[in-house]
Design a binder for this molecule. Structure first.
Ligand code: GLN
Length: 452
């Protein structure tokens, strides 16, 4: 813990943390030492980890990287973090992120962008770590935490893991409790581990997951021993290669890495099979209707009365609401609220929101059909390596395109894993993604370990 507290300090230029908790970390580590001395060590005893600032941590500032949550210290603990402390983990601090988890670069944050510890050969501009769980990814890549939590609504664990050469898993929707995680799009949000290795991801997920009677969408089934699934034996497994993921303009280096991944799995005894997920191209537009729609409803609670920031000197209640929200939310959050209220408004509900929901079930159906033939799907995680801070901030559509390979699994609720698999032509990490059947994280992790 002392070494990691020091590493968090020396990595400060990355702006990976919003809040550091060194005193709490030492206190927790001491309690862990005592347990270990008594021979009562738990699975993550004494392991220093970082928590995305979207998880409510009791008595520790929780901001969702938003000005509107200024000074909010929750009186309760999220179930996932509670599970991690019960397994013996130690809190190093709360990590930077895109505000309310909306973004793909960690630039939409009140606390200033987090940076990627990697740099492009011959170019000293700082790179984004991806988003929205960019601070967690950056902290892992910089060795400032052994592991971290992230959340993934449309790719926010997998894409930053790909940009930083780390492992990140979005479990099946319902595997982890959402209680105490600041809500973005409730039918998509899912917590997951961000780590250096697939084995660490298996251990973290084992501790994070589990039924929570206080979250009706958390599944009531036993948590498998994910680590035991890492046998290295993938002989005979069928690996789907979805033809529709070969999108126009896909960079050659991504295409080559994907091919390389297929070859590695074939050499390990698995069998790549070409499959079709015909509705893939509708996933991104459907996601950017459903996620903002749910966000606009979830974010209605930030009214200046219950949490954080409140505008001063308002002359009426309505003016207080309006000014609090105008001052408290950043531009991207406002854009999502506007899109969301538009697609949910009486005249447009059927044309946009209901249509998007129908598309969503067709996408889930595509996956169900594919999994009659194959055990797992292999695809790229992101369409490019990390880009420079500032490059896409003024182009929301280009930013949204980053999610093209991650949102289909999100809409279908399926587990997805990023494994670092190679380097781009200019020396940056590139990841491959494995997408599994619902509640079959074990196969995903097992195949992922062979790729790593
Ligand atoms: N980049 C996507 C978005 O901005 C995904 C975010 C996420 O998964 N939290 O909505």
């Amino acid at each position: 813990t002392d070494a990691h507290v020091a590493a968090v300090e020396s990595a400060r230029e990355l702006n990976a943390f919003i809040t550091e908790t060194p005193d709490l970390a030492r206190e927790m580590a001491k309690a862990s030492d005592e347990r270990r001395a008594k021979g009562e060590a738990r699975p993550l005893e004494g392991l220093p980890i970082a928590i995305k600032d979207l998880f409510a941590t009791r008595d520790v500032l929780t901001t969702a990287a938003s000005h509107i949550l200024d000074g909010f210290t929750p009186p309760y603990e999220s179930t996932v973090t509670r599970n991690l402390w019960d397994a013996g983990a130690v809190l190093l601090g709360k990590t930077n992120m895109d505000e309310f988890a909306m973004g793909s670069s960690n630039e939409n944050t009140y606390y200033g962008p987090a940076k990627n510890p990697w740099a492009r050969a011959g170019d000293n501009r700082p790179l984004v770590p991806g988003g929205s769980s960019g601070g967690s990814a950056s902290a892992i890549a910089a060795r400032a935490a052994l592991a971290a939590t992230g959340t993934d609504t449309g790719g926010s664990i997998r894409q930053p893991a790909s940009f930083t050469g780390t492992v990140g898993m979005k479990p099946t929707y319902g595997r982890c409790s959402r209680l105490g995680i600041v809500a973005f799009a409730s039918s998509l949000d899912q917590a997951g581990p961000m780590t250096r290795s697939v084995r660490d991801a298996a251990l973290m997920l084992g501790a994070m997951a589990g039924h929570d009677p206080h979250d009706s969408t958390s599944v009531n089934s036993p948590v498998p021993d994910f680590e035991a699934a890492l046998t290295g034996d993938i002989r005979g497994l069928k690996v789907g290669i979805p033809r529709e993921y070969r999108v126009d303009g896909m960079p050659g280096e991504i295409e080559r890495l994907w091919q390389q991944g297929m070859d590695w799995l074939r050499q390990a005894g698995a069998e790549p099979v070409e499959i079709s997920l015909p509705r893939t191209r509708y996933a991104l537009p459907a996601y950017y209707i459903i996620a903002p729609a749910e966000a606009s409803a979830n974010l209605a609670r930030y009214d200046g009365v219950r949490f954080g920031h409140r505008a001063e000197d308002a002359k009426s209640l309505t003016e207080m609401y309006e000014r609090t929200r105008a001052e408290g939310f950043g531009d991207e959050v406002k854009r999502r609220i506007l899109i969301g209220t538009y697609v949910l408004s009486a005249g447009y509900y059927d044309a946009y929101y209901n249509k998007a929901r129908r598309v969503r079930s067709l996408i889930a159906q595509d996956f169900r059909e594919a999994y009659r033939e194959v055990d797992v799907i292999l695809a790229p995680t992101a369409p490019s390596p990390a880009f420079a801070v500032g490059d896409l901030v003024d182009d929301p559509i280009a930013m949204y395109l980053n999610d093209v390979f991650t949102v289909p699994a999100s809409l279908a609720g399926l587990p997805g894993l990023n494994v670092p698999a190679g380097l781009s032509d200019d020396g940056l990490p590139l990841g491959l993604q494995l997408i599994g059947r619902a509640f079959d994280e074990e196969t995903v992790l097992k195949v992922g370990q062979v790729l790593e």
